[in-house]
Design a protein around this ligand. Structure first.
Ligand SMILES: O=P(O)(O)OC[C@H]1O[C@](O)(CO)[C@@H](O)[C@@H]1O
Length: 808
């Protein structure tokens, strides 16, 4: 039989980018040079036929007593170029073929067999070995006892636990029983068992036979055959390197296997190793990260760093800073780091240094906000514009809201804000309009319309609503004095009726959810707090950008956090993360990170469009401590395992101490910050409870299993600078996760479908309201619901004749 894998397709991460000419530089480190590693490709052999003999499928029922009489006979029918494969090998290959087919599917001349999925489904359940190469290596030794390739594969596929099992299920071996019994025992059972993950015997599938056959090369006119399917793939040689999934790498599999080691530990014990804990504490710029309460050891970290290497994390980070178009589906650079780069840095996008453009807009913001704040720019009636409503949604809202909420209680920011107010209008719900305008006077209000695209339905309707509010009160000419815009689409801004001179630009290389450092956040925040405060915020974010770019991974806060998230989500199986700031000022941090994280990494395909066989992204939620403790912590302590991020601050923005109290109010808060992680990690045992004389019937209820992971981030204080740092740490952490999972963290196609369906409904509502058109074109349940909704208007009660504005 032919050598396996002569022309295998490579499953490596694609050639790393070669060192780019475009080198970002910061003032303090003007020579950030990076030499990208290339290659790192993992060659996966391609070869012959499947391990299971042709019985037409995987036996899901009880182990058959007698093997099928045609077991392994397929071997004789194979072309000479074919070779048997174990299921686990076949599954790897088929996954590679699947990736290839997805690429081919973009070519309309290629007809893809619908039945391919069945092949994958057929092989996958047999793909349980963590290290197929090792299994193959060991079993290969049986060849000297006359065991054929087909028999070797069949042995592997049945996951034998006893020699008898082997003979029962691979009957062709029976004739040689006396010769084979010993080697089988020694070689197979020990080594094969060692190389596979623990599979409970009840869930073991016995697959004595299958018939996956691959010809020796998939590159040229290959044919892939399954027991009941024959597929013809069009000849095409494709470098599979760029579309490799991270889960097919050895580093990933190694981490998978390592979970068992971790499952044998408890945080109670891990925490008693001071050296381990010390190695899991990292300081940067007065901040301290303690990740010793993660279910991880130094070995775990080494394996995660290995994974980062295989995922080309360093190269990806460099590509991002270099302005490469890493947002592939939109063909854009991802350069939010340029938004906060010092004035004299050089960060290029398509060959152009964008930092001067960034600072031009920042200067414009500085100038405009000063004018408004010192009343040299006033409203149409000559009054100071002391209040601002910022209209925007998603990334054009959540980031600025988070920063504003965090600054609102910072003494320096308070002083700069004076009696000014900043409000945010996001929801298209008219109640949000009502809440925003209540108590405000159009004469003293400036409206900032923030929309990257200037097409977002909610924002534009809200903008039209407030335009109406202003012009009804002050006349249409007031709009130019009372409304300004932030957008990448200055043409639409002008069309809307906002003077382009009062528009603040940003660029398509800034993703919406990464835009808080652009005019999206900087304009409203500068109007409220003055430019020096926002500049300080930008400096904080920039300090993390430089740290992220240059710190070794072992000391790199976003990298550590990102890799630990991947560990928790993809290996320990904890898909959720709680963000728990012990700071009321950070109450809008979790909602902001929810968007950044879930919109970025909530993806089902790799950056190359290959469906992910694992779940990327994590579910984020959170509330400030100690409020959360009285809300959902019960579930975190005794219900589900949810890794927690505890965020604390050394110096309170608003210290309070009452004479006679044991501690300050901030100490009280922080006592909880320090206590909760240990409570989660250590838990409480029944023995401890018994010692405390807890009644026996309550012991199970009061037992805490513990071993619940968390990490703690302690900030020295919470001023504009630290807030900027916190933002950038999480932004980069999310990028690290996305780079590692191999997804595009910078597009958001998933939000489109709902939007387009909404426009269909909008059209229907309009037709029904204005022409009494019946509901049509929707499914049964939507039709019923729409009719119910429209009933209100059927008697003319809800007729729309004149403009209505909230009456709060
Ligand atoms: O700034 P825009 O273009 O109005 O978009 C608002 C938000 O909508 C989204 O596209 C999601 O729907 C976000 O990514 C974005 O931040």
């Amino acid at each position: 039989m032919a050598e396996k894998g002569g022309k295998g397709f490579s499953l490596g991460k694609g050639s790393g980018k070669s060192a780019s000419q475009k080198t970002p530089s910061f003032k303090d480190d003007a020579n950030f040079k990076f030499s990208a590693k290339s290659g790192g490709k993992l060659e996966t052999p391609v070869g012959g036929k499947g391990g299971k003999a042709a019985n037409g499928g995987i036996a899901k029922g009880p182990v058959p007593k007698e093997p099928a009489k045609y077991e392994l006979s397929i071997e004789k029918e194979l072309p000479t170029t074919a070779q048997c494969l174990m299921d686990c090998e076949a599954a790897n290959i088929l996954q590679g073929v699947q990736e290839q087919m997805i690429i081919l599917s973009r070519d309309p001349t290629v007809k893809l067999p619908v039945s391919f999925d069945r092949g994958i489904q057929y092989a996958k359940p047999g793909s349980r070995y963590t290290n197929p190469q090792r299994v193959r290596q060991v079993l290969q030794r049986l060849k000297k006892y006359g065991v054929s390739d087909g028999e070797i594969c069949a042995i592997a596929n049945i996951y034998p636990e006893t020699v008898d099992e082997v003979f029962a299920l691979v009957s062709s071996l029976k004739a040689n029983r006396s010769k084979l019994a010993e080697p089988l025992k020694d070689i197979i059972l020990s080594a094969v068992v060692e190389a596979k993950p623990v599979v409970s015997s009840s869930s073991r599938l016995h697959c004595p036979a299958s018939g996956i056959v691959l010809s020796s090369s998939l590159n040229v006119n290959s044919s892939v055959m399954f027991p009941d399917v024959k597929l013809e793939l069009k000849a095409r040689s494709i470098d599979m390197g760029s579309s490799t999934l991270i889960c097919h790498t050895e580093a990933w599999q190694d981490l998978k296997a390592h979970v068992e080691d971790i499952n044998r530990t408890h945080l109670r014990h891990l925490m008693s190793d001071n050296e381990r804990c010390k190695s899991m504490m990292v300081e940067f710029d007065g901040m301290m990260l303690d990740y010793s309460r993660q279910r991880a050891t130094d070995e775990t970290m080494d394996k995660l760093f290995k994974l980062a290497e295989v995922a080309h994390l360093k190269e990806n980070i460099t590509s991002m800073y270099n302005g490469d178009h890493i947002n592939k589906t939109e063909n854009r650079s991802v350069l939010h780091v340029a938004l906060r780069a010092p004035r004299d840095s050089v960060i290029r996008c398509d060959g152009k240094n964008v930092v001067p453009d960034v600072w031009k807009v920042l200067d414009q913001i500085h100038d405009f906000s000063e004018k408004v704040r010192n009343s040299s720019w006033v409203g149409v009636t000559g009054k100071t514009l002391k209040d601002v409503i910022s209209i925007g949604i998603g990334g054009s809202y959540l980031g600025p809201l988070f920063v504003h909420t965090a600054l609102q209680t910072d003494p320096e920011a308070i002083e700069c804000a004076g009696s000014r107010q900043l409000r945010f209008l996001a929801n298209v719900d008219p109640v949000d309009v009502a809440r925003n305008i209540t108590g405000l006077n159009p004469e003293t209000t400036l409206v900032v319309v923030v929309s990257k695209t200037f097409t977002t339905a909610e924002t534009m309707l809200n903008a039209r609503t407030l335009r109406e509010w202003i012009s009804t009160a002050l006349g249409p000419a007031a709009v130019s004095k009372h409304m300004v815009a932030v957008s990448t689409n200055l043409t639409l801004v002008e069309k809307f009726g906002i003077d382009p001179n009062n528009a603040f630009a940003f660029w398509d290389w800034v993703g919406g959810r990464y835009s808080v450092c652009s005019a999206v956040g900087m304009l409203p925040l500068s109007l409220q707090y003055g430019f020096p405060v926002v500049e300080k915020f930008l400096r904080g974010a920039s300090s993390i950008d430089q740290h992220f770019y240059s710190a070794p991974f072992q000391k790199n806060l976003p990298v550590l956090l990102g890799l630990l998230s991947v560990w928790n989500v993809s290996f320990l199986g904890y898909p959720t993360r709680a963000i728990l700031p012990y700071s009321q000022a950070l109450e809008k941090f979790a909602p902001h990170i929810q968007q950044v994280s879930m919109e970025s990494n909530g993806k089902g395909v790799s950056i190359d469009g290959v469906p992910l066989p694992f779940e990327a992204g994590e579910v984020d939620f959170g509330e400030p401590g100690t409020n959360g403790q009285h809300s959902f912590y019960q579930l975190i302590h005794q219900g589900r395992v949810i890794p927690c991020d505890f965020i604390g601050v050394v110096k309170s923005q608003q210290p309070v101490w009452l004479k006679g109290e044991l501690v300050t109010n901030h100490d009280e808060l922080m006592s909880n910050f320090f206590a909760q992680p240990d409570a989660l990690a250590y838990g409480k045992t029944p023995e401890e409870l018994q010692k405390e004389n807890v009644p026996q019937h309550l012991v199970p209820h009061k037992t805490f299993i513990g071993n619940r992971p968390s990490l703690s981030l302690l900030l020295p204080s919470l001023n504009a600078y630290n807030i900027g740092q916190l933002l950038a740490i999480y932004e980069h952490r999310i990028a690290v996760e996305g780079f590692t999972w191999g997804v595009n963290s910078f597009d958001q196609w998933g939000v489109e479908l709902g939007k387009s369906l909404a426009s269909q409904v909008r059209k229907q509502l309009h037709e029904s309201h204005t022409k009494g058109e019946p509901v049509k074109g929707f499914n049964f349940s939507t039709t019923i619901m729409l009719n119910k909704y429209l009933e209100e208007f059927s008697d003319g009660k809800g007729e729309l004749t004149t403009t209505m504005l909230p009456r709060m």
